[in-house]
Design a protein around this ligand. Structure first.
Ligand code: C2E
Ligand code: MG
Ligand code: MG
Ligand code: MG
Length: 276
């Protein structure tokens, strides 16, 4: 729990909390050395169109630490954010994805959409956009092949800074996706004001399909709204044929999930999937 909980609350330390904090601290101190020592790698998960052809990939970061084994990005990204190390991670991801993009495009064609995830703190880093511009030039990147995913909640906490960044990304020719859409619990009016290309419907809505009439209707309504707003719609976490059929019948443009492919290293991706 946070240090600033209020004067009247006593914080009682229990051994598990100490263990938890110890792990966090140890992990935080291993992030930068781990990046240098090759402990981090990128996995790629396919995105398919309604014909189930590959239209893109999302880059997902993996950390295999000699001491801790595989650490989930959910854990280490939040530790990196709290300990001020996320910018280094993001730069590593950005450069690696842009380097891999040449291979992916060579294999899957020039219309491929390759996305990477940004964190809340990245939007506050003025150097990020400069790095993007420089790396695009250095690596001869086709900007139209790159999409940046920002979670809806992140975006809403940093509205002005995010909008400025989104505008610059659009001017550069790349795209913005709002990740985990539907979990931000906010007014939807902002959707008409921003430079957005894709809505990624959160897995929880995909999971809800067929569970009840009402939850199915909510998911259907989100898709309908995104269509009306002329946004590209990508459904996350698709695991069943039933979900796929429903999503395609309702006009979803892209699908991503274990049914079509789990995240895998670049080499495995090239061996498993063939060109459209
Ligand atoms: P996300 O960007 O929403 O990514 C989707 C997550 O759902 C990934 O988990 C993916 O492996 C998982 N997933 C995809 N399809 C399915 C499915 O059919 N079933 C199930 N059960 N899961 C599925 P992962 O790789 O563990 O990443 C978790 C989160 O960590 C990501 O959520 C993203 O927010 C963050 N993350 C991952 N890589 C990066 C990165 O390079 N930078 C930043 N800032 N965040 C990252
Ligand atoms: Mg994502
Ligand atoms: Mg997501
Ligand atoms: Mg997520």
């Amino acid at each position: 729990k946070s240090k600033v909980e209020g004067k009247n609350t006593h914080t009682i330390f229990v051994p598990e909390m100490m263990e938890d904090n110890k792990r966090k601290l140890l992990l935080a101190n291993k992030i930068i050395p781990g990046l240098k020592d090759g402990e981090f790698s990128l996995y790629y998960q396919p995105k398919v169109n309604p014909y189930e052809e590959i239209v893109g990939f999302e880059a997902l970061l993996r950390w295999n630490s000699p001491e801790f084994g595989f650490v989930s990005p959910v854990e280490f990204i939040s530790i990196a954010e709290q300990s001020g190390k996320i910018n280094e991670i993001t730069y590593w991801v950005l450069e690696s994805v842009l380097r891999d993009s040449a291979t992916l495009i060579e294999h899957f064609g020039s219309k491929l959409s390759i996305s990477l995830n940004l964190s809340v703190h990245d939007l506050r880093n003025p150097k990020l956009f400069e790095d993007i511009v420089r790396l695009y030039k250095e690596l001869d990147i086709d900007a139209r092949c790159i999409e940046y995913e920002v979670t809806e909640s992140t975006y809403l906490e940093n509205f002005d800074m995010a909008n400025e960044f989104f505008g610059k990304i659009k001017d550069l020719g790349s795209f913005i996706a709002l990740d985990d859409f539907g979990t931000g619990y906010s007014s939807l009016s902002y959707l008409t004001q921003i430079e957005l290309h894709t809505l990624k419907i959160d897995k929880q809505f995909v999971d809800n399909l067929g569970v009840s009439k009402r939850s199915t209707l909510v998911t259907k309504t989100i898709i309908e709204m995104a269509k009306q707003l002329n946004l590209n719609i990508c459904a996350e976490g698709v695991e069943t044929r039933e979900q796929t059929d429903f999503l395609i019948a309702n006009g979803c443009h892209q699908l991503q999930g274990y049914l079509f492919g789990k995240p895998a290293p670049l080499k495995a991706i090239l061996n498993t999937f063939t060109k459209r």
